[in-house]
Design a protein around this ligand. Structure first.
Ligand code: GTP
Ligand code: MG
Length: 193
């Protein structure tokens, strides 16, 4: 069993070249800006401010490495689908991701976070396609489940079906629901095997 509460921030990088020494298996966390990536890291580790969260989108601009129980690294990636002040974050995102994925033997899987309340769009489709084509195992996390009514849940499930994501490959999650968080932890442990 992995103790998720034994977590520490290691470093921020822009490229794989600067990845922490003594590499470990990695689980990458990606999703549109504001999807709840940093919040999920805090919730999984039972810490308030391990990862910096913000109501303003586009906060995380680097790859942030977190060591979990000396067993693996959680890697928080910048959000995509957000352009600000003329900077095309998507271009930065894909450049960074391509560099990160290249020859990364340590990456075991990705958690693709999607805000369950928002309309899914082509940038979400693009991410699903991106991981599929790079042959990276991924699980979709539908975040902010506490804010979802039944109709919104159903439409999220329909979108999963349309994207041919099997039911065991997606999860509804809320940062304040221990039961759902435990499901994510179990999923991560399975993906690391
Ligand atoms: N109600 C609710 N709000 C959440 C949940 N998870 C995250 N949020 C809120 O969503 C907002 C964005 O969360 P972040 O964790 O900063 O999102 P992010 O994906 O890291 O965003 P970037 O770093 O900008 O890409 C914050 O205001 C969080 O409080 C959840 O499970 N329920
Ligand atoms: Mg963030």
């Amino acid at each position: 069993m992995i103790n998720f509460n034994k977590a520490s921030f290691l470093k921020s990088t822009t490229t794989l070249k600067d990845a922490p020494k003594g590499r470990k298996k990695e689980i990458l966390i990606v999703g549109r800006s504001n999807a709840g990536k940093s919040s999920l890291i805090n919730a999984l580790t039972g810490r308030k401010n391990l990862a910096y969260t913000s109501s303003k989108p586009g906060h995380t601009r680097l790859l942030n490495y977190y060591d979990i129980d000396d067993q693996f690294y959680l890697v928080d990636a910048p959000g995509y689908g957000y352009a600000k002040g003329g900077i095309d974050l998507d271009k930065l995102f894909y450049t960074m991701m391509d560099a990160y994925l290249e020859d990364n033997l340590y990456l075991k899987a990705a958690l693709l976070l999607m805000d369950g309340r928002r309309e899914f769009n082509e940038s979400d489709d693009e991410m699903i396609e991106y991981f599929s084509s790079h042959k990276i195992p991924f699980v979709i996390i539908l975040t902010k489940a506490d804010k979802l009514n039944q109709k919104e849940k159903s439409s999220a499930m329909k979108y999963m079906k349309d994207c041919e994501i099997p039911i065991e490959d997606y999860l509804f999650v809320s940062v304040n629901d221990e039961r759902l968080l435990n499901k994510v932890k179990a999923k991560i442990e399975a993906l690391l095997k």
